[in-house]
Write a protein that binds this ligand. Structure first.
Ligand code: G4P
Length: 189
């Protein structure tokens, strides 16, 4: 997606450990016209799939899932990372390791919100090591739901996640694919 790549080039900042900061337009402050274009692009890519629900994981995946859902006109479900008193105990849950942050967390979705009747589009902001996506795919499997594919805003294709998920037969569409970020220079595929 040209608009997104140009914005990453202009405002993305490369940090140590191959981390791309996009806080000024995607991950902290959000550029609404870019967000809308991202949602529309996901709709264009998966329009013919009869999506019934969009699944993501809190926190940063939520705006992109919502932007897409406005075009598909379907509900968004986001996996929660914390057990809270208002979360029903009847949940699908999965342990997810965060390679970037070096911690593990439990992602939970109330079983009432995904079922075997669903055709799910999974959306997330970053695809790096693929643990988050694998966890969301596992939740769909527990529910018996079909997964039409995954929509990713930024894939760091020099990490293993994308290859691993595609090799498992899952359709993954990434709007910007970063091949390398060496010496602070962002190169797209
Ligand atoms: P994964 O997302 O493919 O599983 O890879 P990884 O375990 O490395 O990612 C862990 C977290 O770090 C994820 O957010 C992911 O979105 C984020 N992340 C990975 N690489 C980058 C990067 O280069 N830049 C930025 N800004 N984020 C990156 P999370 O733990 O789910 O956090 P949040 O959604 O609550 O913010």
């Amino acid at each position: 997606m040209r608009l997104l790549e140009e914005r990453i080039k202009k405002d993305g900042q490369v940090y140590e450990g191959n981390v791309l900061k996009v806080n000024s337009f995607l991950n902290h402050q959000i550029d609404i016209s870019l967000l809308k274009a991202i949602g529309e692009e996901f709709y264009r890519l998966f329009d013919n799939e009869k999506i019934t629900k969009i699944l993501t994981v809190e926190t940063s995946g939520i705006p992109f899932a919502v932007a897409a859902a406005l075009f598909f006109d379907v509900p968004v479900v986001f996996a929660k990372k914390h057990q809270t008193s208002n979360l029903n105990t009847d949940c699908y849950s999965v342990n997810i390791h965060s390679f970037t942050h070096g911690n593990d967390y439990q992602a939970r979705v109330e079983s009432a919100f995904i079922s075997a009747e669903d055709n799910i589009l999974i959306i997330d902001d970053f695809l790096a090591s693929g643990h988050a996506l694998k966890g969301l795919l596992n939740i769909c499997e527990q529910a018996g739901a079909h997964v039409a594919g995954c929509g990713i805003v930024i894939e760091k294709s020099f990490q293993d996640g994308g290859r691993m998920i595609r090799d498992a037969g899952v359709r993954v569409e990434s709007l910007a694919k970063i091949k390398s970020m060496e010496n602070g220079e962002i190169i797209f595929e």
